[in-house]
Design a binder for this molecule. Sequence first.
Ligand SMILES: [Zn+2]
Length: 79
Amino acid sequence: MPNRRMREEFHGDLVTGPVPTDYRTETNKYEIQCAGCGKRYYVNTEMRDDLEHAIENDVETPFICSICQEAENDELAYR
Ligand SMILES: [Zn+2]
């Protein structure tokens, strides 16, 4: 069924670029901690470098996971 395959590929495209995962993968092998909930995530070299830059520049929350980010957005929406 070619249609079904195309739909799956399209769905895969919804994830744009590298994203932190909560398990170690071949590319996501650097462990980081969410500044919001303290949950551990794994990122690739690129994201790790970004994070180190953020830490060097004294960014208070270098990494916030998508769950905390959503919670934060919800909070802002209520203000
Ligand atoms: Zn979090």
